[in-house]
Each structure stands twice: as structure tokens, then as C-alpha cells.
Design a protein around this ligand. Structure first.
Ligand code: SGN
Ligand code: CA
Length: 536
């Protein structure tokens, strides 16, 4: 275990912690690097300039609930027991960072997305979305004031704004004699990618850069990639995901629009008030008219051209939902500034995993491959974290808990013994990894059978290589990320990589041992294994 400098001595003030976590935010759309940013996000930019961006930040298991459970506990999925969405509720009796912070004198609160199918523990106050939550006029669950069970209240407004209002209101009314830890959980930019009315159409003039591998044919990589059900071309639904208004598509054009027949956005439409509905119909009737015209002109007859049309529509909605998250960051940072709290507050912004924005032809996540595995992460703490630095040290979501605890002076031997992550505090000064920094991280995905049909697999990431093992087919993936950053060539069977492959497989076995991964994880066939929370 690494040692980290003590940042907060007994005499020093414990910092507040403002932890902002969005849902499915791809690092490719973080907006902090002109080169890789498809849109301008001024508040993300400002946060990045005032803090540190972690360019090699990864998750333990690229799916919502498991990633959040790893963040809460600082442990891998098999250790916190939450291996995939919907298997069972998170065991709230286990040690978590909010509980440890409470013990260290913190006032704690959580607003927004939770997605762990349980009542949150470790938070003095909480209001959470049911399940995935909604974009428009969201429902929020909270404990009843009389302490007997929960209540669900529908709150008017756009979810990202509603949660920001709640967070600011809580900071205003909090007990100001204590340090606080506030978790702000945004629904955006999760599917079905519904923007706030004020942002609809705001990306229309943006030049979008299409990924070079949008039409990937998955040659020389495992068959499983072809079985994925998360491609923009085949699996993205025109009438729901992309919000084309079916009733405005002429009858002779409709048969030409082949689309999976889901209907999630109807849930959103049914929640909207008259103004929201008007904005929606005004905006999406323009998209519908464009599709109909292009269809009539025969411009979308080529399946590749149709995929590209879909990709553009997808990107616009996705980026427009992030514009409201940018507004939220701006409002929260303003609150800290106005109340003289910025200097004493560690701000953490992250997504809950990576996300495909058309790379390898895909949307969604789940894979150990880069766009799905890598998470956006920014940390700001004036005077303690260097400003405007991009760290290349390999970090993982299990590191956030030890980092917060270390910052709060609460990384006691007892707390530390439950954690599998390491504090990131040694990176704060320069972003450079010290000599004894970890050489590799472990990853494990379980959710198969499951939506989008990504196979169960696990593996590791070093600074240079990604190694993956697909249990179902016993196939290996090996990417040389230096030579092949877009991961188009599996070199697992390339004789030139034989020694590296063997070395990485050995390291993979060691990591599984170090993290106490059970032999049946993630398993190949049959039911997905169940694990109890344990923190030995
Ligand atoms: C929903 C989405 C999926 C997504 C999962 C998990 N479908 O089921 O596309 O992969 O959530 O996402 S939807 O039609 O209901 O939008 S996660 O971020 O919560 O893990
Ligand atoms: Ca997610």
C-alpha cells in the first residue's frame, strides 16, 4: 500500500467535499481540451483550469450501479456485492466513505441519481431519483418527515436544474459549524438524451468530428464485438432515442425507416408540461422534416449515410444534455465563490463510467475498451491541487474514497483496511505518478445475459496495454494503446507480442489474487455469480 502525505493535520481545517457525478458522460465530451472537445463547455473549462484533469482515470466495472458502489466503498464489485444493475439492492450496512466522513465530523447529503435500489446510508439528508430517474419534472424519493418509510414527490423543472437547486438550498441551510460532504448526482447525459428546452438546437451549428471507426467491421477482434447490440447503425431507435416524430413521417417513407421499436421517450413526453411539450415538438419536428427530405431525395439509401445521420442526431442530443450539466457546475462554483468556500472545498467531478460516442460504431459502454472504460475526472482544491495540470497517472474509481478520506484527515488504519483503492493525494502537487505508483488496474464486467449483449469479461490496463479475457468464449484481447490508440487490432495472437502477452497474463493472475477475486468471477455460463459485501 502506498503512503501519501498527510494533507490535513489535526489543527488544520477539514475541507468541504463537493462531489458531482453525472451519468454516462464520455471523456471525449468533457469540453476541457480544444482538440478533443466537440462543444464549448465554459464551466467545465474553468474547473479544469483551476484544478487537475485525470486523463487516465478508469472504472472497475463499466456500468452504473456497480461503478457507484465501487466509488462508495473503495472496493471492487465482488467485494461490495453490487456486480450488476438490478441483481439485488446495495448492502448499506457495509463501510462507505460517507459513513466514515460522518464519523470524522462531516455533515453529509445526497441529491439525484443513486441507482443502487436501496435507501442511501451515511447521508444525513437525501433525495434520490427512482431507478434511472427522468429528465422532465423528475420524481424524488426521500424519507418521510415522521421517519416512517419514504415519500415520492414530483418536482417541476428539468432534472439537472432541479438537483442543482436542491444542492444549493442544502448548502445554504446546512449546519455551518461542520465541514460538509455533498453529493450531486445528475441524470444527464444518460439515455434517452433529452436536452433542457433552453438548449434544444444549440449545437446545430457545431462542426462535429465523426470518429474514424464509426463504420468499424470488428475484423480481427473477438466475435463478441459483432454480437453487441449497441450500434448506432442497427440498434439506435429512430422514434425514441432520436425523437423523430412518427406521426409527421409520411406513410410511404415509414417503411424505409427501419428502427428497433422501443418507446422510452414516451415516458418523458407524458411527464412534460405544455411549454416543455411545445419546445419538444418545435425542435424535433425540424429534425423529422430533415429526415423525411433526405429520405425523399434518396440521400440516406446507403446504410452508411443513414448511420451518419443517426450519429449526428445522437451527438446533438447528447451534447445538449451536457450543456445543462455545465450550467450546474457554473452555479455550484458561483455558490462556493460567493460564500467564500472555494478555497476550503475539494471539488470532484466525474462520470460513472465511459461512453461510446460512435467509436467502433457504438453507443453505451460495458467494455474494457478505452471509451467505455475511461471516466472523466476533474479535481479542484485551490492551494492543495496544482492548477491546469493534466495527470497521466493511472487512477481508478476505487481511489476516490481513500482520496476524500485522506483529505479529510480520516484515513485511519481501520478505514484504510476496508479499501482496495489508494489515495490520489500524492498526485496533487504535480500530477506526476511517484516511483511506487501502481503499474496496473483490474476490471471486471458481469452483466450478461443483459441489455446490449456485451459478454462477461475481465482484464487489466497498464500504462500501455489493455488485456481482456472474455470468459464465455475464452478469448483474449490485447491492445497496444501506444501503437493503436483506437484499439482496432487485437494483438493477442501476434507472435511479436508473445512475451508481453504472457507477462500481462501473469500480472492479471496476480491482480486477481491481490484483490481477492473469487475463481468464479465473472463466470462464463449460467447465472451471474452473487457475492456478499465483505471488507476483510
Ligand atoms: C438503461 C438503458 C441502457 C443502459 C442501461 C444501463 N436503456 O437500461 O441503454 O445501458 O440503462 O445504464 S433505456 O432504454 O432504458 O434507456 S446505466 O448507466 O444505468 O448503467
Ligand atoms: Ca451510467
Amino acid at each position: 500500500m502506498l503512503t501519501a502525505p498527510v494533507l490535513v493535520s489535526a489543527q488544520e481545517k477539514q475541507p468541504n467535499i463537493l462531489f458531482i457525478i453525472s451519468d454516462d458522460h464520455a471523456y471525449q465530451a468533457l469540453g476541457t481540451n480544444e482538440k478533443d472537445s466537440p462543444t464549448k463547455l465554459p464551466n467545465f473549462n474553468k474547473l479544469a483550469k483551476e484544478g487537475m484533469v485525470f486523463d487516465k482515470s478508469y472504472c472497475t466495472n463499466s456500468i452504473c450501479g456497480p461503478s457507484r458502489a465501487s466509488i462508495l466503498t473503495g472496493r471492487h464489485s465482488h467485494k461490495n456485492g453490487f456486480v450488476f444493475n438490478g441483481q439485488k439492492p446495495f448492502d448499506g450496512s457495509q463501510p462507505t466513505y460517507p459513513k466514515m466522513l460522518q464519523k470524522a465530523g462531516y455533515q453529509t447529503a445526497l441529491f439525484g441519481k443513486w441507482h443502487l435500489e436501496s435507501n442511501p446510508t451515511g447521508f444525513d439528508q437525501w433525495e434520490i431519483f427512482p431507478g434511472q430517474g427522468s429528465y422532465y419534472n423528475p420524481d424524488l424519493i426521500s424519507p418521510k418527515p415522521n421517519g416512517k418509510g419514504n415519500q415520492t414527490v414530483r418536482v417541476p423543472g428539468y432534472a439537472t436544474d432541479v438537483i442543482t437547486d436542491k444542492a444549493i438550498d442544502w448548502m445554504d441551510k446546512r449546519d455551518k459549524t461542520k465541514p460538509f460532504c455533498l453529493v450531486v448526482g445528475h441524470k444527464a447525459p444518460h439515455r434517452p438524451w433529452c436536452p433542457a428546452p433552453r438548449h434544444m438546437g444549440k449545437t446545430d451549428k457545431l462542426k462535429l468530428k465523426m470518429p474514424a471507426n464509426l463504420h468499424d467491421d470488428y475484423a480481427n477482434r473477438p466475435e463478441f464485438l459483432k454480437k453487441n447490440q449497441q450500434t448506432v447503425g442497427k440498434h439506435m431507435a429512430i422514434y425514441s432515442d432520436l425523437k423523430v416524430l412518427k406521426e409527421q413521417v409520411p406513410a410511404d417513407i415509414q417503411p424505409k425507416i427501419v428502427s428497433p421499436g422501443y418507446g422510452w421517450e414516451m415516458g418523458e413526453l407524458n411527464r412534460m408540461d405544455a411549454d416543455q411539450k411545445k419546445a419538444w415538438y418545435d425542435h424535433y419536428s425540424k429534425r423529422t422534416a430533415d429526415l423525411v427530405k433526405q429520405m425523399k431525395d434518396g440521400k440516406l439509401n446507403d446504410p452508411k449515410a443513414f448511420t451518419e445521420w443517426k450519429w449526428r442526431a445522437y451527438m446533438k442530443d447528447y451534447l445538449e444534455t451536457i450543456m445543462a450539466v455545465d450550467d450546474s457546475i457554473g452555479r455550484l462554483m458561483n455558490y462556493l465563490d460567493k460564500n467564500n468556500l472555494s478555497k476550503d472545498t475539494l471539488v470532484i467531478y466525474c462520470g460513472d463510467q465511459g461512453f461510446y460516442l460512435g467509436e467502433h460504431g457504438m453507443y453505451d459502454k460495458r467494455w474494457i475498451m478505452e471509451e467505455s472504460f475511461r471516466m472523466p475526472l476533474i479535481m479542484r482544491w485551490p492551494g492543495k491541487i496544482a492548477q491546469g495540470v493534466r495527470s497521466k497517472a493511472i487512477v481508478q474509481n476505487i481511489d476516490y474514497a481513500p482520496t476524500m478520506l485522506q483529505a479529510a484527515g480520516a484515513l485511519t488504519p481501520e478505514n484504510k483496511s476496508t479499501l482496495q483503492g489508494i489515495p490520489m493525494t500524492p498526485l496533487f502537487k504535480t500530477g506526476q505518478a511517484p516511483q511506487d505508483w501502481r503499474d496496473a488496474i483490474y476490471y471486471c464486467f458481469y452483466e450478461n445475459p443483459g441489455e446490449h449483449n456485451a459478454p462477461r469479461h475481465d482484464g487489466l490496463r497498464t500504462d500501455r496495454y489493455t488485456l481482456g479475457h472474455i470468459w464465455t468464449s475464452d478469448e483474449w484481447l490485447l491492445f497496444d494503446n501506444k501503437k493503436d490508440p483506437t484499439q482496432m487490432k487485437n494483438v493477442a495472437n501476434d507472435p511479436a507480442y508473445a512475451t508481453i502477452f504472457e507477462g500481462l497474463k501473469k500480472r492479471y493472475e496476480e491482480l486477481r489474487k491481490d484483490y481477492k477475486v473469487p475463481e468464479n468471477a465473472p463466470g462464463s455460463k449460467g447465472p451471474i455469480p452473487q457475492f456478499q459485501a465483505s471488507w476483510d
